[in-house]
Design a protein around this ligand. Structure first.
Ligand SMILES: NC(=O)C1=CN([C@@H]2O[C@H](COP(=O)(O)OP(=O)(O)OC[C@H]3O[C@@H](n4cnc5c(N)ncnc54)[C@H](O)[C@@H]3O)[C@@H](O)[C@H]2O)C=CC1
Ligand SMILES: O=C(O)C1=N[C@H](C(=O)O)C[C@H](O)C1
Length: 266
């Protein structure tokens, strides 16, 4: 198999570090560059934790694309950088695999149009873990029978965006098949602002941020005399890497943008 040339944005982050190792260790992937906020012109192998992993570091993503011509950009940065990088990647003919969350529906729509114009594959995956994809699919199945549902997502306290991309995606999948519904008492009032959480199409989302956590979500359904809880836990960021690998391989065969790995893992 011909090797896929990969660049990674955010290599020193919690996810970026795992992705660097994944790409380095995958025989048919080649790490051609990393995009960082610092260390322009250095070799990644000079930085702590990357011994033996050689790749040029760029702080200017456009120069990176021009000089190293990657096939795929893996973005694991911040919402603002992620949107900027994804758009530039498509402009430069580089296929984005985006794990970064915090993209709005408008962002996804704009990037979908751009990918279509360019005839390029792109993947935006709010969650790369197979268990999380199943949790979302099971929640969508359950919503056909249970129309009352709330989502509790729990993450480490360094997370920038709330609610999580996974929680938003879960709510979107449920809203796609559930009849519109206003849940709870029609006259309910918050005596402390935010007590009932955020709302997506009538679905309440509660975000917990605590040290010690990685990434967890529970989707709770209530029915007549019964409840159903569907939970997924990522205890380690290694849980996301098989999804990253699959995305890099798959994006090479796509000509459009795919939002969510549930469209790829059938
Ligand atoms: N899709 C998925 O399965 C998962 C997605 N995530 C998402 O991935 C993103 C990163 O998460 P973490 O690694 O935990 O965050 P982190 O804060 O540990 O890492 C982000 C890194 O991006 C770097 N960065 C920011 N802007 C940059 C720029 N313009 N150029 C180059 N580097 C830049 C930062 O310096 C930092 O090292 C978040 O949006 C998070 O929600 C996290 C885990 C799983
Ligand atoms: O920031 C994280 O850690 C995670 N972010 C993603 C999200 O917002 O859903 C995926 C996973 O939950 C970990």
């Amino acid at each position: 198999m011909k090797s896929i040339k990969v660049a990674i944005a955010g290599p020193r982050g919690r996810m970026g570090r795992e992705a660097v190792i994944l790409v380095h260790q995958t025989e048919h992937f080649e790490l051609v560059a990393v995009i960082d906020r610092k260390y322009d012109g250095k070799d990644l192998a000079e930085l702590d934790g990357f011994s033996g992993i050689h790749a040029p570091i760029y702080t200017d993503i456009e120069r990176c694309f021009q000089e190293t011509k990657p096939d795929v950009l893996i973005d694991l940065t911040t919402p603002e950088s992620g949107k900027y990088h994804t758009e530039l990647a498509l402009q430069y003919g580089v296929r984005p695999v985006v794990g970064t969350t915090g993209f709005t529906e408008d962002d996804i729509e704009r990037l979908t149009k751009l990918a279509e114009e360019k005839g390029l594959g792109a993947i935006i995956a709010p969650n790369f873990a197979i268990g999380a994809i199943l949790m979302m699919k099971f929640a969508q199945m359950a919503a056909k029978y249970f129309h009352d549902v709330e989502i509790i997502e729990l993450h480490h306290d360094q997370k920038l965006d709330a609610p999580s991309g996974t929680a938003v995606k879960t709510a979107q999948l449920i809203a796609d098949i559930r009849p519109p519904k206003k849940q709870g008492h029609p006259d309910e009032k918050e005596t402390l602002q935010g007590a009932r959480g955020a709302e997506y199409d009538g679905i309440r989302i509660h975000s917990v941020r605590l040290p010690g956590f990685v990434a967890h979500q529970e989707v709770i359904f209530g029915g007549n005399g019964q409840a159903l809880a569907i939970r997924h836990d990522s205890f380690h960021r290694g849980s996301f890497m098989s999804g990253v690998k699959l995305s890099v391989e798959t994006v090479m065969k796509l000509q459009t943008l795919v939002y969510g790995l549930e469209h790829i893992i059938e």
